[in-house]
Design a protein around this ligand. Structure first.
Ligand code: DX5
Ligand code: ZN
Length: 222
């Protein structure tokens, strides 16, 4: 019998948390057993929205040892890589659509000791990842168009994940999915090959975070 897949991580997207009480949210998530926090960094240029920046990350960094996963939806990401490191980020993903010298950008992220991710929009062909799979620690497959939380999942995203998984083959590259992941599709997400599940509204609609983690994990492994 094939072994049941159990290894995946749920990464709550802090954009959907209670922004008036971010410090408490982070503490509660840590106590509930979460391991990774996902921060959506938007600049109003690459995407039509503006979220948080260095001062917010730096203050939260003092509150927790959890992994900070920053998803950069910004133009000219190269300019800020070092500052994200200094603000306490552990994982950093940049968009392939926003980085003309993606290979150099990934090397820079890794040289600073962070895990390097490449994010890819729903409308960008997977072929654009040819040539960089050997240099990324993870690929972030967007299952909504970036810019806002709470959007509907785009239907063909799990097919893209499954195809990407084939292309990754035996490389040590994880797949992260982001956008519209909820209890009703988390199982399909894991079965299609996702290792890290970013969840905004689908996570924070639970009031009790350890209950959220238990219910969502059980559903994903079912
Ligand atoms: C969208 C962001 C997502 C978003 C996820 O640009 O990258 O991380 O906040 O939120 P949900 O899970 O609500 O779609
Ligand atoms: Zn994100």
């Amino acid at each position: 019998m094939a072994a049941k897949k159990t290894k995946f991580l749920i990464a709550p997207s802090m954009l959907a948390s209670d922004l008036t009480a971010l410090g408490d949210e982070v503490k509660n998530l840590e106590q509930a057993g979460l391991e990774v926090l996902h921060f959506d960094i938007m600049d109003g240029q690459f995407v039509p929205n503006i979220t948080f920046g260095f001062p917010v990350l730096e203050s939260l960094r003092k509150k927790t040892k959890l992994i900070f996963d920053a998803h950069l939806m910004i133009a000219d990401a190269d300019r800020y890589i070092e500052e994200f490191k200094n603000a306490g980020c552990n994982w950093l993903s940049v968009h392939i659509e926003a980085c003309p010298h993606i290979h150099r950008t990934l090397q820079h992220i890794k040289k600073l000791g962070m895990q390097a991710g490449v994010a890819i929009n729903p409308g960008t062909p997977l072929d654009s990842l040819n040539g960089i799979l050997d240099f990324a620690d993870f690929i972030l497959v967007m299952s909504v168009n970036p810019g806002f939380g709470g959007q509907s999942f785009i239907g063909n995203s799990f097919e893209r994940v499954a195809e990407l998984k084939k292309r990754i083959g035996n490389r040590n590259v994880k797949i992260q999915i982001d956008g519209g992941i909820k209890k009703d599709n988390i199982r399909e997400a894991v079965h299609s090959g996702c290792d890290i599940l970013v969840m905004g509204t689908g996570f924070f609609s639970f009031k009790n975070y350890s209950e959220a983690l238990t219910q969502l994990s059980n559903e994903a492994m079912r």
